[in-house]
Design a binder for this molecule. Structure first.
Ligand SMILES: [Zn+2]
Length: 293
């Protein structure tokens, strides 16, 4: 499943062709993705201009001149392909094999500038929804989300407050979208390794009894922001290659320190540990038992 950095690189890849542009024509080749597409989906988009293309957690938000917001999610296997001036680009890095079958192009946006933006989703866990901008705050998909990890609101004080008294593991706390939005299995593992904190450590131990942040909370927030920023930067670099037409594996995954590296030596300087895998709340956790305490 794409995580926040992938969605952000997709947003940055789509921005130049979609922002400020008009939907000239919209083809909805199915009536549903994960859920049914909105009623009169194409008609509600055609002729409207995208004032801005934003992101909240793993949702792309296209702010339309009609007052609606088009809320899009890539699901498990969704991706966009951009065709413009006979060139094709697939913005973003995908950790899964990207489908090349045109049969899975379910929604096609024909933009006023001539660009074609195709949404391809073989497993159809992706979604598109139209929400009036005035009601975005109450939108069930977005309402319960915690702060953006790259935003100013997310800091050590905030994270410590959220973890105060929590008996769950740090891994589980960071994966909780109500505590911080958009972090998934990969970047939780990577951030904990950078912060040298064990994924099994109790979440409450990054805060004092009164909920103030300790040094661990500071290190953890710094690590989360750094790992996401690095991944976005690595993803962004692939956008320059406009000839890329398939879902080549993301560049950032060559930089994973622990994720999917079981049995490999720990990359922490001076550490002679070996990366281990354990299962926590049904998901694989990768970590170094030597330097992550
Ligand atoms: Zn180590």
């Amino acid at each position: 499943m794409p995580e926040l950095p992938e969605v952000e690189t997709v947003r940055r890849g789509l921005q130049p062709v979609m922002e400020g542009e008009r939907f000239a024509k919209v083809e909805a080749r199915r009536r549903d993705l994960r859920w049914p597409l909105p009623k009169d989906f194409a008609a509600r988009l055609e002729g409207k201009t995208i004032a801005g293309l934003g992101r909240r957690a793993k949702y792309l938000l296209a702010d339309l001149s009609s007052g609606d917001v088009l809320v899009m999610h890539l699901g498990m296997s969704g991706s966009f392909r951009v065709l413009r001036d006979d060139k094709e680009a697939v913005p973003g890095n995908y950790h899964h094999e990207r489908s090349k079958h045109l049969a899975h192009d379910h929604v096609i946006f024909h933009m006023g500038n001539g660009a074609i933006v195709a949404f391809n989703d073989p497993r159809r866990f992706g979604s598109m929804k139209l929400v009036p901008r005035a009601k975005l705050d109450q939108e069930p998909l977005l309402r319960a989300l915690g702060p953006e990890p790259l935003g100013n609101e997310f800091d050590a004080a905030m994270l410590a407050r959220a973890c105060k008294g929590k008996k769950t593991s740090l891994k589980a706390a960071l994966s909780d979208q109500k505590i911080v939005a958009g972090l998934g299995n990969i970047y939780v593992c990577e951030a904990l390794h950078r912060a040298r904190l064990s994924p099994r450590r109790r979440a409450s131990t990054i805060a004092t009894k009164s909920g103030a942040p300790n040094e661990r909370a500071e290190k953890l927030v710094e690590a989360i922001k750094a790992v996401l920023a690095d991944a976005i930067e690595a993803g962004g670099s692939s956008l320059r290659d406009h000839r890329r037409t398939d879902g080549e594996l993301g560049l950032f995954q060559h930089n994973f320190r622990v994720y999917d590296r079981v049995g490999k030596p720990c990359p922490t300087p001076g550490c002679n540990g070996t990366i281990k895998r354990v299962v926590q709340t049904g998901r694989s956790t990768f970590f170094c038992p030597v330097c992550q305490k």
